[in-house]
Design a protein around this ligand. Sequence first.
Ligand code: ADP
Ligand code: NI
Length: 196
Amino acid sequence: MTNKSLIIASARALVENTLGSEPSGHDFEHVARVVHNAKTIAATYPETEVDYFVVELAAWLHDIDDRKIEYVGNHITVQQFFASVELEHATRIAITNIIETMSFHHQVAGAVVTSLEGQIVQDADRLDAMGFIGVARAFAYGGSKKRPMVETIRHFDEKLFKLVALFNTPKGKELAQIRHTELVQFYQRYLAENIY
Ligand code: ADP
Ligand code: NI
């Protein structure tokens, strides 16, 4: 195994240990799907344009420090992880910048994801808030905060329907269209069946 694949394996193990049973939809499977989406989008660019390693490692680490997550294990931060592996300074900076700027919350606060690697991981994360998986995650999140379903339905209007317009990459935009349609489909059926 090369050093890079050892570092990826170590990040994956960290996510398994810290987010394995996270109850609000920021669990191991979420992160693994984001890695998969990120690699799919990155593959539409040549290796000369995108650092695939930065994309994959940032995707594995993107939710480790998230403020919304109620940690079930020991809370290990990205900086502690960096201290445990051999990584070039520039790579650490690139990944830290991505993680600190990519969330919807940070974007609303004015943060901009400048690197292409960051834009790819941001698209990959947003895709997982959409489609039928996105529906499931929204209700898992609301339930974990003990919110009534009607509040999660409001979240569709407030945030989820806006995501489709915020994608950075051509591949991300293409995948987002399909998942946006699924969100709308669910929402309309929910309203149609929610008769009392
Ligand atoms: P970001 O970190 O990019 O701001 P979030 O962590 O807020 O994104 O969103 C991640 C997941 O949590 C998404 O699936 C989203 O729908 C869900 N989520 C976040 N806030 C709420 C909410 N108020 N109600 C329901 N789901 C939510
Ligand atoms: Ni995420």
